[in-house]
Design a protein around this ligand. Structure first.
Ligand SMILES: [Zn+2]
Length: 263
């Protein structure tokens, strides 16, 4: 539960929330005097980012990685990343603006007008930014992404290029449950989630596991990518679990067996 995401849709009557978050009007009273552009990313920071170029380059390159893996059409929608140099400044901001999420190290906020990431430069900044920026790229291409899939994909891509989505934290959690026959994952349960604030570590792990399972074979990946394309195009779509049931043979034990092969 290191990360979180808030997805907002603005309507004429006010602000409609698809997460259970009350968010104040968009405004930035915090000073971010430094601004740099890295492809689709606009990095705003309260301190110079000299010496941080490698991570910023990696975040920019993640655009191609995600779009290629998911066969998505790249967009040019800017993703604004607000970076605090100190955790205390970030926490003060979060307590004011997103108190329900103040314990999270980083956050993605998506509206129909702007995609924003907030984070601070701490020990986990690379993983945090890869995760939150993934939300940005995904929302730019597929604004109606279901919550569980949004998080599952971000957990997949947060590990960085070259690891094929292997997230050791989730493997360890789920493999222990699978080995003791104590895990019966149901995708329909994840599909019913509607609040990022209420998602548990188990929810993040299972969401990641479904994404990893689907992306690890061409046949299964096609079911996921075609679903994403229909969402991106605004086509009517049934839940992904329904599509999987129609197009693939996925035994009840498939996900557990997949995770056990990853130990
Ligand atoms: Zn997230």
């Amino acid at each position: 539960m290191r990360h979180s995401s808030i997805f907002l849709g603005l309507i004429t009557a006010g602000v409609a929330l698809t997460g259970c978050m009350l968010v104040r009007p968009a405004q930035h009273w915090e000073p971010f005097p430094y601004e740099t552009f890295h492809s689709q990313l606009v990095i705003h920071s309260d301190a110079p980012l000299s010496g941080k170029q490698r991570l910023l380059d990696e975040l920019a390159e993640q655009r191609g990685l995600i779009n290629s893996k998911l066969s998505l059409v790249p967009t040019e929608t800017p993703i604004h990343v607000y970076l605090y140099g100190d955790e205390s400044d970030y926490t003060a901001f979060m307590n004011l603006r997103f108190p329900e999420m103040a314990s999270r190290r980083a956050i993605f906020v998506g509206t129909d007008q702007k995609l924003s990431v907030y984070a601070y430069w701490g020990d986990h900044v690379a993983e945090d930014l890869r995760h939150e920026v993934s939300h940005g790229y995904l929302h730019a291409a597929v604004p109606t992404l279901p919550l569980w899939l949004d998080e599952g994909l971000a957990e997949y891509f947060e590990v960085g290029e070259g690891r094929r989505g292997y997230n050791i934290t989730h493997v360890q959690l789920l493999a222990a449950q699978a080995q003791s026959n104590n895990w019966l994952p149901e995708l329909t349960r994840l599909e019913a989630l509607d609040s990022a604030a209420d998602m548990t570590q188990q929810d993040y792990a299972e969401s990641w596991a479904w994404v990893h399972y689907l992306l690890e074979s061409d046949e299964r990946a096609e079911v996921l990518t075609s679903y994403l394309h229909d969402l991106a195009d605004g086509n009517p779509t049934e839940p992904l679990s329904t599509r999987i049931g129609r197009r693939l043979i996925v035994p009840q034990s498939a996900l557990a067996e997949h995770v056990l092969t990853l130990r």
